[in-house]
Design a protein around this ligand. Structure first.
Ligand code: AMP
Ligand code: FE
Ligand code: FE
Ligand code: ZN
Length: 277
């Protein structure tokens, strides 16, 4: 049984449509979760494709949140996407994402990198999905300003670089509560990855707020980090997951199924969710 609980489609910053992603997943996986950034827009298409290709789809999301001084990504599964509290939280997130793009472009323009908003939106194949820095990065590549997406982030788009603009994000605790209120379960994504490490105490706080799992096996975690997190998850009595964080061609070394979650872990997670995933 091969289970991958974290992937992105064109509804956020992946490069495969939900249907393409599910078709690819069906070749090597038994269960795949679609977890686009701050949107559930791809669920319907992914579900239809999952039925067609006889693979189990777990409907999920990856929320951008903030805990203390670090930006943290929170995975949610098995929730009602129409729950008012969650709808309000997602609305604010999307608004903040949309508002940030012109601000980023204005900063890039002062560096002589001229891009219009249309060029960025063109990098997002799906209408109604969420846009972010990866689309700006792809637009910079397409305009010939940088060699690749990695360089775009390294030179311009990551925190501390001249094109970086902060945006609103709910607190991680607030997001855990919103997904829980909507009947779902939450897993903290790559908590010791490139975005800034979440400490032991911080993880305890999140578990106290209702966090159900920790993404342990992720490409941004080295073997030592993985073992530390596995121990911590066991001590805190929460589930340890593993996943690819697949983004199609926008991220290398994140192939579907490169990390997986055990069937027991998936069962434990979704048993706690009211909406079954
Ligand atoms: P945003 O949601 O607009 O803040 O963009 C965050 C997304 O950008 C992450 O989910 C990653 O997919 C991608 N990302 C962040 N840092 C990098 C990086 N250094 N290189 C490539 N992609 C990155
Ligand atoms: Fe992403
Ligand atoms: Fe993430
Ligand atoms: Zn992700």
């Amino acid at each position: 049984m091969r289970i991958d609980l974290h992937t992105h489609s064109t509804c956020s910053d992946g490069t495969d449509t939900p249907a393409e992603l599910v078709a690819k997943a069906a070749r090597s996986l038994d269960v795949v979760a679609l977890t686009d950034h701050d949107t559930t827009h791809g669920w319907a298409e992914a579900l239809a494709a999952a039925e067609h290709h006889s693979i189990r789809l777990v409907r999920g999301i990856e929320l951008s949140t903030r805990h203390g001084s670090t930006g943290q990504h929170l995975l949610g599964y098995g929730f009602d996407p129409n729950h008012p509290e969650l709808v309000a939280l997602l609305g604010k997130g999307v608004e903040a994402r949309d508002g940030r793009i012109p601000a980023i472009l204005a900063r890039l323009a002062t560096l002589g990198l001229e891009l219009d908003e249309h060029a960025v939106l063109e990098q997002s194949r799906a209408s109604g999905g969420t846009v972010g820095r990866p689309h700006v990065a792809s637009a910079l590549v397409a305009a010939g300003y940088v060699r690749d997406v990695e360089t775009a982030f390294d030179h311009y788009l990551k925190p501390g670089r001249p094109g970086y603009v902060e945006r609103y994000a709910p607190s991680t605790v607030e997001a855990i509560r919103a997904i829980s209120a909507a009947g779902g379960v939450t897993v903290i994504a790559h908590p010791r990855g490139a975005r800034g490490a979440l400490g032991d105490r911080a993880l305890e706080e999140l578990v106290a707020a209702g966090l159900a799992g920790v993404e342990v096996d992720h490409q941004e975690h080295d073997p030592t980090t993985r073992e530390e997190l596995r121990g911590l998850a066991a001590d805190l009595g929460v589930v340890a997951t593993g996943s690819s964080d697949y983004h199609g061609t926008r991220k290398t070394d994140h192939d579907l199924g490169c990390n997986t979650t055990s069937p027991e872990a998936l069962e434990e997670l979704l048993d706690a969710a009211a909406h079954g995933g």
